[in-house]
Design a protein around this ligand. Sequence first.
Ligand code: ADP
Length: 430
Amino acid sequence: MIMVALLALLLGWVTGHALLFLLLVTFGYLVWHLYNLSRLRRWLRKAELGALPVSSGIWGSAFDGIYRLREGSLRRRKRLNRLLKRFYKLAAALPDATVMLGEHDIIEWYNKPAQKLLGLQPSADVGQYIGNLLRHPAFREYLDKGDGDEPIEIPSPEDENTILSVHLVSYGKNRRLLIARDITRLYRLEQMRRDFVADVSHELRTPLTVIAGYLESMADSAEELPGGWQRSVLLMEQQTRRMQHIVTDLLFLSRMENGVQSIGTEKVDVLALLTAIQEDAATLSGDNGHVIGLDVDPDLLIKGNYEELRSVFSNLIFNAVQYTPAGGKIQIRWRRTEQGARFDVHDSGQGIPAHHIPRLTERFYRIDVGRSREKGGTGLGLAIVKHVMNRYQGHLEIDSEIGKGSLFSCYFPAAVLASRVSQSLLKAGS
Ligand code: ADP
């Protein structure tokens, strides 16, 4: 450029029109830049890289640099595209219904099984709010609750005989993945198991009542029995009573598992209930002389079912009596907490080895089967406690130290609690 400007100045000086020549050169230089700029714009607009525009000087190296940058970015974009296509193919091939949800749970993408299991239209439902398409109340509640740790089971909107396990998983910012799986077979098997246990228990009840009745009258007049028979009848009576307890507990569990009945709204007076159980526990302890303390918030009631709550409290308190050596201490507590309320049974027994604790709420799981049987245990007590607590949206926690004792705590959420309207308040109000 400097050379051209110098030549123009020389020509201008020779012809006496230096300014005119300088102006012409500047104009030409401007036109060259504009021409290259428009070439650059045209080239950048093309999706493909195409051939590098030929130019010299400053534009040549600019084109060269931009070409290399574009080449790198196009290569990266192609690689990402390939990856994305492969991901879509993979998600589409999944046998489970998969739905990608964007902000506000708007559907962004779904695979073929989602059309079949969730009744989504081929691509037409993209952009819709998932709650408008899956309207089952349990699903709407699950969706509103945020992130679900556990999947829920709902019937498919396409066919109510198909049972789906639906799980929402968060990923990225405000994004969720909905995964639905057909669990009809598993559900039916589980249903069959529940029905079988309930039917067998039900069928066993009547014959057992008859046998227990006869054995009881025989045991009452044991002295009239031939010598060798007295002990046998007594043992038969004890074992029949144990079987009756097992059948009652199994039926109780089945009723709760089927979960048709709601927990009810009866306001249960926890103080009165625990006082009655404390007396029964003292009778059960008998000569063992356990010291049973009661520390209860008298105004704190539970909205629910009396029998279910009695079962929870008595199972834990009677266990404490049965598994604590004579003279041991048992402390019962019922009080408010920040999140709701807590029921504790603390005993000074031998404690439970840590590896047993996670399994204690399984049916018929016992640390010492012989000891449990000897004490008339069914092995179903803690399973019942766990089930009832689930029904109340609460949970059971077990803490134990060998040689020191165990603490069984039931946590109840605020939603199932009520307060006693005290008599003085009622009088003041009237
Ligand atoms: P069981 O009818 O055998 O008492 P549960 O389901 O009530 O059945 O309890 C299961 C097992 O947990 C018991 O067999 C016992 O080994 C253990 N267990 C329960 N409560 C206590 C306790 N307070 N201290 C020590 N072990 C306990």
